[in-house]
Write a protein that binds this ligand. Structure first.
Ligand SMILES: [Zn+2]
Length: 410
């Protein structure tokens, strides 16, 4: 069966990058699972030659991936700060108050909506993962347990629930039916309402070789130009954009109804479109060259680790992020290269990484074993981790990152 583009429906004929086969990146294993068969799925990413959406076919239903369980966003301090700053800025800019309605799609445990609630602004969360949605509800953030799309939007519209501000952060990549989702947003947006969404920027992924951010839970990878196209197809206009440092480089887009002239299109929109065009994001050949770069990176990483092992170095990992699992599985690095990894999350300690079966310990393990190299898997948190783990220098330990290319950090 042909794979069809989830925006424009044309057949996908071009491979962006083929990362082999991999288990779902968040399916960490318990000791008793290690001898069982583990489902693996192709991790072959396509690019559409009509709209340039970079995308993975969906192998598992979103219900299976996101339905029961999600990590609690409130656990991360830097993420909370990001949410608070956003709230201050957007309330100031558009003047929301007690008569406004804020709706957030994929609201997790209410970590963002709590800041609007503190200001007396009515909020509503929509979240499919039951455990976090329940926690939000208990904390006083009204939350519907559901997947957002046209059907749900029509339900909300029937109840008279329309949004002055509609938020969706790090959700667009997870949506299997994009047109249905964007149409739903159009339905519940008030005539002068604003949509803001954040998602990792494809331009940064390509320029900085962040192929490890590709995994099965991320169905789509967006440039500004492509997002603008899908929004326009549903009568929505992007009128502003910001570039954020989160997730290795994200965009925050601002959208409104196409006929709402109260908000002018900013210069930042035109500048970014120019830069994307100059970089090559509106030409198919640009996308087709990425796969070869990724293969070369794999050879460099394996060369680096082979040399280190031959020199007798001990190598361990820091972090157990989803992106680490793509990298380790694609490169075939198991405990033969990386003896173990550590993670501060108690949910992950004592478990094993999917596919590679590398054990996850408490960070104290590093003091005990005094490794020569500490490979930082969540490279976007490199500075923070190097500060936290500065004591490895006492025994001559060095920090290593593998993306965009393998290197020892000074
Ligand atoms: Zn397309």
């Amino acid at each position: 069966m042909a794979n069809l583009c989830r925006i424009c429906g044309v057949e996908l004929k071009h491979t962006f990058v083929d990362l082999g086969i991999s288990p779902l990146a968040n399916s960490y294993l318990k000791a008793e699972d290690l001898t069982r068969m583990e489902p693996h799925y192709p991790l072959c990413v396509y690019v559409c030659d009509a709209c340039y959406l970079v995308q993975l076919p969906v192998f598992e239903s979103p219900e299976a991936i996101f339905g029961d369980y999600a990590y609690f966003s409130s656990y991360s301090e830097s993420w909370l700060k990001h949410a608070k700053t956003y709230t201050e800025e957007i309330v100031e800019r558009f003047g929301y108050g007690g008569n406004s309605q804020v709706i957030e799609i994929a609201s997790n445990d209410g970590y963002l909506l709590q800041y609007f609630k503190e200001k007396g602004i009515p909020v509503l969360g929509i979240e499919p993962a039951k455990n976090v949605a329940k926690a939000a509800d208990e904390a006083g953030i009204p939350t519907r347990i559901d997947f957002f799309g046209r059907r749900m939007a029509q339900e909300l519209a029937r109840e008279g629930k329309y949004a002055d501000l509609l938020i969706g952060n790090n959700v667009l990549a997870h949506v299997p039916t994009l047109n249905d989702f964007v149409e739903g947003m159009k339905i519940i947006l008030k005539s002068h309402g604003v949509i803001t969404m954040e998602f990792p920027h494809l331009m940064r992924l390509i320029e900085e070789n962040q192929f490890d951010t590709i995994y099965h839970e991320h169905f789509s990878y967006f440039s500004f130009t492509t997002v603008e196209k899908v929004f326009a197809m549903h009568g929505l206009k992007l009128f502003d954009v910001e570039e954020l440092p989160t997730h290795g480089g994200s965009l925050r887009i601002y959208a409104r109804h196409i006929d709402d002239d109260s908000k002018r299109v900013s210069k930042r929109v035109l500048d970014l479109k120019d830069r994307e065009e100059t970089a090559g994001l509106t030409r198919l050949e640009f996308y087709l060259s990425f796969g070869e770069r990724v293969k070369e990176t794999k050879r460099n990483i394996l060369g680096f680790l082979l040399n280190a092992k031959r020199e007798g170095k001990s190598i361990v990992g820091y972090g157990a992020p989803a992106k680490g699992n793509t990298l380790l599985n694609y490169c075939g690095m198991r405990t033969d290269f990386i003896e173990y990894t550590v993670d501060r999350s108690p949910h992950k300690q004592g478990q094993y990484l999917p596919g590679t079966h590398i054990p996850i310990y408490h960070p104290d393990k590093i003091k005990e074993t005094k490794p020569n190299y500490l490979v930082i898997l969540p490279w976007n948190l490199k500075e923070e981790i190097m500060e936290q783990m500065a004591h490895i220098r006492e025994w001559g330990g060095r920090f290593v990152v593998l993306i965009p290319a393998p290197r020892i950090c000074s």
